[in-house]
Design a protein around this ligand. Structure first.
Ligand SMILES: [Zn+2]
Length: 326
């Protein structure tokens, strides 16, 4: 019976072609090249087939451009939730001042609402960037949840590999990206959804789920990457991760990216990314099985619902609470 299952949530960060090029330091991103007209219908067809409603995190800059509006309008029309993924998609968002953040959120919310008719209640920072000031801005603007935390110890390793594959990047560009994919300390963040008290305001935090204990990634891009070497290993790994989540009482919040639905032929500029040599039809076939495995054991909902359910369980702190009186 469905109601007996623990919950999970599923989201897709709608990073566009230009945002990958920008983070990678490639020229040509300034005209905002897009693949949304391909990836949006492809992903919507996939979720329809799965009978799933998920959360799409949209970049404000994409929503502000006429050429993307038709594709973006299809997302809420298909019943999915719309989240805010910043305006400029700069993974160094944690370096922004409060004034810069206010401008960033003003622009992103206006563009996203104009393109989708929805005012986001959830946020995911580009490249999982987050700061205390970002949390403050979210709480003040009435956001219900943040999901920018990515608890893993391997962030610095992933970043080193990324720099190695980006030889043209200047020292200044590297400096801005020095927290890309996070720091070692991020590994100590809990995997469970939890309530934050931000200057007296409530904000739910739903971290991206990683493998309980070892905190290695389990998002679908990583599983597809593993499947390039061995599908059997990818399955063993994913099955074990979900089993450990159940044992640890973690409600998995799983993540998808546009590249999970695309191959090198769809985006030549991004051919060097992991798993881009796998045909998109093969990727979708594998996703179908991976997501099917998740929904078999977990009642899979949008992030807004995940935040609401987890929020009802968490105990707000009062002034007499021992945790509040340090
Ligand atoms: Zn992103």
């Amino acid at each position: 019976m469905n109601s007996a299952k623990p919950i999970a949530s599923l989201s897709l960060d709608l990073d566009n072609k230009w945002s990958y090029m920008k983070t990678h330091g490639d020229s040509g991103w300034e005209t905002f090249p897009t693949y949304l007209e391909t990836v949006v219908p492809r992903s919507l067809a996939f979720f329809k087939e799965q009978d799933l409603a998920i959360t799409y995190f949209i970049v404000g800059q994409d929503a502000a451009l006429e050429k993307n509006r038709e594709a973006l309008a299809q997302i809420p029309a298909a019943g999915h939730e719309i989240g805010n993924h910043s305006f400029n998609h700069e993974p160094w968002l944690h370096l922004y001042s409060k004034e810069q953040l206010t401008e960033e959120f003003d622009k992103a919310e206006a563009a996203i609402e104009s393109a989708t008719g929805r005012q986001p209640i959830g946020f995911r920072g580009p490249g999982f960037s987050l700061s205390a000031t970002v949390e403050e801005v979210l709480a003040e603007r009435g956001y219900k949840y943040d999901c920018s935390k990515f608890p893993t110890y391997i962030g610095p390793l992933a970043r080193a590999y990324y720099f190695l594959r980006s030889p043209k990047m200047s020292q200044e560009e590297r400096e801005k990206r020095k927290k890309l994919f996070g720091t070692f300390g991020d590994g100590f963040v809990t995997l469970k959804a939890h309530e934050l008290n931000v200057n007296g305001r409530k904000l739910m935090e739903i971290p991206v789920t990683t493998f309980p204990g070892v905190k290695t990634p389990i998002h679908f891009s990583y599983l597809l990457y593993l499947a390039c070497f061995s599908e059997t290993s990818a399955w063993l790994y994913f099955n074990a991760a979900l089993r450990f989540c159940k044992l640890a009482g973690v409600e998995p919040s799983m993540l998808l990216h546009p590249l999970d639905f695309l191959d090198g032929g769809d985006a030549r500029e991004l051919e060097f990314f992991p798993a881009m040599n796998m045909d998109h039809k093969k990727k979708i076939e594998l996703l179908n099985e991976f997501v099917g495995r998740l929904t078999r054991d977990f009642e899979t909902v949008k992030l807004g619902e995940h935040a609401e359910i987890a929020g009802k369980r968490s105990r707000p702190l009062t002034s007499t609470d021992p945790a509040a009186v340090q």
